[in-house]
Design a protein around this ligand. Structure first.
Ligand code: VLZ
Length: 135
């Protein structure tokens, strides 16, 4: 039985998110706002298909994907770039590679009990977010 990411997840920690925003060229003012936001993740998973929403009071980010299927992701409201994205599984972990202008861009997501962990990386920067299941 693969990991079940379905549900609503509330942010409990967000380490070095501003480093990621800087690495993708987000301006100072936006970084100061965005790095202090509490984010909520809503995930609807049906087998290998994921619909994800990252919500905040400032901006929302939505991306849908199917494991193993590469697609063009437009990082709308973030750095507004186009990247070629593919998410695969490594055991119960989701591993995302975002090929584009910025090297070593992507994220890994996994579960530990009722906590969802997300590690976002760009260039030599790494951010670690933790979310707690709320629904
Ligand atoms: O996460 O792609 O969980 O499937 C941040 C939005 C979204 C609010 C970060 C801040 C995207 C706005 C992370 C800043 C300008 C992401 C995936 C894995 C979604």
């Amino acid at each position: 039985m693969p990991a079940d990411y379905n549900g609503r997840w509330e942010m409990v920690s967000n380490d070095k998110f501003e480093d990621i925003l800087k690495a993708i060229d987000i301006d100072f003012a936006t970084r100061k706002i965005a790095s202090h936001l509490s984010q909520t993740k809503e995930i609807v998973q049906d087998g290998d298909k994921f619909e994800t929403k990252t919500l905040s009071t400032f901006r929302n980010y939505e991306v849908n994907f199917t494991i193993g299927e590469e697609f063009e992701e437009h990082t709308k409201g973030l750095d507004n770039r186009k990247v070629m994205t593919m998410v695969t599984r490594d055991g119960d972990k989701l591993v995302c590679v975002q090929k584009g202008e910025k090297d070593n861009r992507g994220w890994k997501q996994w579960l530990e009990g009722d906590m969802l962990h997300l590690e976002i990386h760009v260039l030599d920067k790494v951010c670690h977010q933790v979310f707690k299941k709320s629904q």
